[in-house]
Ligand binder design. Structure first.
Ligand code: ADP
Length: 255
């Protein structure tokens, strides 16, 4: 049996008195393309943010690539992870956000090379070679010298994808990456993601409201409602044969 690359065990997340995730457990296999869908506020983004260690679980355990994310084994038990451990674990994961978060005073090429040079000791020449390959992959090699302010939203988001890939993550997280874009720019970003899904064996988790894209992209869909998973299966099942009334009414509204 293949070991899961991500495993959540009874993960609860509270913000004050609000329970956002409630004893949540699921596993992701290496290479799986997972879409997380469901109403706003159901906890989808919180899961991605926890995987990036931007939020800590209130309770439960998360394993990434065989190691605990927030804990280390000590004797018979577990101890909280050090900042160094969190840093090591974070390197396995790349994330693309709704608002591109590019460095505004750096060129497109520098946006893609900065982190590998500073955090992975990659030489400038090698980092630039790899960055140009990635910019070519997202269709932007002619923009390497441009500044972010000279790019459209769709182009900025494609640079953000190249930048995340430059660190060679095993897992990519995409959080509503098209929802800040004008409608005519959505497709160019989705096309890049479609290619990535087809051409790489990276594990990908996608939070999206683009249901048609989720159906195309994902080989597994999780439907969230109030911090619980109420459907888990291939898109063909969930979109055509949802079992829960909640899923049916959600899909009626968004499809
Ligand atoms: P989704 O991605 O499904 O829309 P989120 O994971 O973003 O849901 O949010 C789930 C709930 O947690 C929402 O009610 C949101 O307001 C709340 N929430 C998220 N982050 C915080 C935070 N840092 N502090 C307080 N509440 C938060």
């Amino acid at each position: 049996m293949v070991e899961p690359i991500i495993k959540l065990e009874s993960v609860t997340k509270r913000f004050g008195s609000l329970t956002v995730l409630d004893e949540l457990s699921f596993e992701v296999k290496p290479g799986e393309k997972l879409a997380l869908i469901g109403p706003s506020g159901s906890g989808k983004t919180t899961i991605l943010r926890m995987l990036m260690t931007l939020e800590h679980p209130s309770k439960g355990h998360i394993t990434v690539d065989g190691d605990y994310l927030f804990h280390v084994k000590r004797g018979d038990g577990l101890a909280p992870a050090s900042e160094k451990h969190l840093h090591e674990m974070r390197r396995k994961i790349g994330m693309v956000f709704q608002h591109f978060n590019l460095f505004p005073h750096k060129s497109v090429l520098q946006n893609v090379t900065l982190a590998p040079i500073l955090t992975q000791n990659v030489g400038k020449g090698d980092a630039e070679k790899r960055a140009m390959e990635l910019l070519d992959m997202v269709g932007l090699s002619d923009k390497a010298g441009a500044m972010p302010s000279q790019l459209s939203g769709g182009q900025k988001q494609r640079v953000a994808i190249a930048r995340a890939l430059a660190l060679r993550p095993k897992i990519m997280l995409f959080d509503e990456v098209t929802s800040a874009l004008d409608p005519e720019l959505v497709e160019e970003v989705l096309n890049v993601m479609r290619r990535l899904a087809e051409e790489t064996d990276m594990t990908m988790l996608l939070v999206t409201h683009e249901m048609n894209f989720a159906r195309d992209f994902a080989d597994r869909v999780l439907f969230f409602d109030s911090g619980h998973i109420i459907e888990d299966g291939p898109p063909s099942d969930i979109f055509t044969n949802p079992t829960h009334e909640r899923t049916k009414s959600f899909l009626r509204k968004v499809l």
